[in-house]
Design a protein around this ligand. Sequence first.
Ligand SMILES: [Zn+2]
Length: 149
Amino acid sequence: MISVSPTRRCPCGSGRRYKRCCMPWHGGRPAPTPEALMRSRYSAYALGQVEHVMATTHPESPHRVADPQRWTSELSAFCRGTRFRKLDVIDHSEDGDAGTVTFRATLEQAGRDASKVSLSWSRVAPRRLALRLKNVSDADLRSRVANVL
Ligand SMILES: [Zn+2]
């Protein structure tokens, strides 16, 4: 796990200090919005805080691994092998208990681009958000962006 001073800028790229950004959500408080949750997951990946990633992964996510030990080691290996270069939130919306965050996470693995383009979320219990990962094609992403602009 990489440590970051609470007074340094948050790895999610919000421009805010870590203690005023994702740190409370990493400490176990529920993120208040889908965007905040998505940012907290990105910065948790960047910092190797895999417990937060696991706690905020939707129960039905295909990325969930049944064996917690195996999941922890897989996530840790992913974090170690990935450079988390940049996060761009393109669009976010909420509708009752569900919502969507469209983002581009610029990642690099072994010197190659490994960026991911989208994530959707849903609320699974009161005051707790979890994310269901959904990668979209570039064409789908472009149409979503076009709808916003
Ligand atoms: Zn943050």
